[in-house]
Design a protein around this ligand. Structure first.
Ligand code: PMP
Length: 454
């Protein structure tokens, strides 16, 4: 392609971009990204950007332009590209084995193609277990306010971000919300042990609904799109206790936190919990191929033994492209890179540096209400007043993000809970970030806050 202006025009006229409306097509300078290397991307006009959000949505964990991943995918595609997931493949088997090594207590990997789909599989497992093991009881699935689990209808039904849900009902039954756990926006005023209080709120919902109707709860280890919410002290151990007490399956959505983002292989491993089902997608192959996984314990797998006399008594689910070999081939190489380059350690070290930089900016910029995060997954909540914690107006936050972009760095804004409350700056750069890179990010934010918020 010689004429990139033709590409830009085709994009403008024919591509219906995610999360966009007609007016945006007219207002926004169209951006077609044509190249990436490491942490940096270039658009069709040649403009270079330091990507502090790993492809926009916490995905490209090992960075752009990885030749070794491209090569293994190419070789694999030439050798064997596809056969339905009922048959095995070399990368499918080998990635499952390597993954399970990183997840003590888990044994089985079910392949699909997106985070939403991985969560749908988990819900279908819970529902089938309700039918086959619990005689039709324990069919409800709890989810948490502010968490996000995907875009399909059942995934949205379990989504805790109301503004995403408004136009797409009616939703399937049996998805029940529990309170969020963001102490900064405490629902119970100032409480001494907020973590325990927020976890106990889950027990209250179980008791209200009836324990024999509730089969599972799905939670993000650190809530991503809902505002980068790190769990408060004491929260996870109590959640685990509650799940045991009432026989709930604990589903952990690692779509964002998984595969290194927080500095451990999985986010739940930061908090010492043992899940029954884990879902993952984005960073599994860093966007070099589509792959998602629903990983279970052997106990969950065993529940699908069902009735040996009924030939249809199995998990009645298939994902056509869950049999593609490019996904697990890319995922294996992605995992090798993380190990060989020491990227978990780097994530912890660079995450601490970036957190430190942003915390230091709090002295200078009164609009930063709180900085929170784990590893290279950090949010800075902006407020118009530190005492009242009034959220900074969304338009001003957007202007800050724009001013950061003007300085050559792309960050995100998040916190979708209620409209107009989208006031958390979000940083989630690739795990290969260097000290210079993270300093460039915080310098850009420093300059932008000075320019926009004075
Ligand atoms: N879970 C979480 C925590 C997510 O952030 C996302 C995507 N933003 C999903 C699930 C859905 O993943 P996908 O877009 O691949 O369906």
């Amino acid at each position: 392609i010689n004429d990139l202006s033709e590409v830009v025009e085709a994009d403008r006229i024919h591509v219906w971009h995610h999360l966009s409306q007609h007016k945006q097509y007219e207002a926004v300078d169209p951006r077609v990204i044509v190249e990436g290397k490491g942490l940096r991307v270039w658009d069709a006009t040649g403009r270079e950007t330091l990507d502090a959000v790993s492809g926009g949505v916490w995905t490209v964990n090992v960075g752009y332009g990885r030749e070794s991943i491209a090569n293994v995918v190419r070789d694999q595609l030439l050798k064997m590209n596809y056969f339905a997931g009922s048959a095995g493949s070399i990368p499918g088997a080998m990635f499952a084995q390597r993954l399970i090594e990183k997840m003590p207590g888990m044994t089985r990997v079910y392949y699909s193609n997106s985070g939403s789909e991985a969560n749908e599989k988990a819900y279908k497992m819970v529902r089938q277990i309700a039918h086959q093991v619990h005689g039709g009881k324990k069919w409800k699935i709890l989810y948490r306010e502010r968490d996000y689990h995907g875009t399909t209808i059942a995934a949205l039904a379990s989504g805790g971000q109301e503004e995403r849900k408004s136009f797409y009902g009616p939703y399937p039954e049996g998805f029940v919300p529990v309170p969020h756990c963001l102490e900064y926006r405490s629902q119970w005023g100032e409480v001494e042990d907020y973590g325990l209080r927020a976890a106990n709120a889950i027990e209250e919902v179980i008791l209200r609904e009836g324990p024999d109707t509730v089969g599972a709860i799905i939670l993000e280890p650190v809530t991503a799109g809902g505002g980068v919410i790190t769990p408060p002290e004491g929260y996870w151990p109590r959640v685990q206790e509650i799940c045991k007490k009432y026989g709930l399956l604990l589903i952990i959505d690692e779509v964002v936190c998984g595969v290194g983002r927080t500095g451990k292989w999985f986010g739940y491993q930061q908090y010492g919990v043992q899940p029954d089902i884990v879902t993952m997608a984005k960073g599994v192959a860093s966007g070099y191929a589509a792959i998602s996984c629903t990983v279970t314990t052997e106990a969950v797998f065993e529940m699908f033994k069902g009735n040996p006399n009924d030939p249809l008594d199995y998990f009645r689910d298939i994902s056509t492209f869950g049999g593609c070999t490019a996904g697990p081939a890319a995922a294996l190489e992605n995992m090798r890179i993380i190990e060989d380059e020491g990227l978990l350690e780097n994530t912890t070290a660079m995450g601490e540096r970036l957190m430190g930089n942003l915390n230091a900016l709090m002295e200078k910029h009164r609009v930063i209400g709180q900085v929170r995060g784990k590893g290279l997954f950090i949010g800075a909540e902006l407020v118009s007043d530190r005492t009242s914690r009034e959220p900074l107006a969304e338009a001003t936050v957007a202007a800050v993000v724009g001013a950061v972009m003007k300085r050559g760095v792309q960050i995100g804004m998040t916190n979708r809970s209620v409209p107009g409350f989208n006031n958390t700056l979000c940083l989630s750069p690739a795990l290969i970030s260097t000290a210079d890179d993270v300093d460039q990010m915080s310098d850009a934010i420093d300059g932008a806050l000075g320019e926009i918020c004075g």
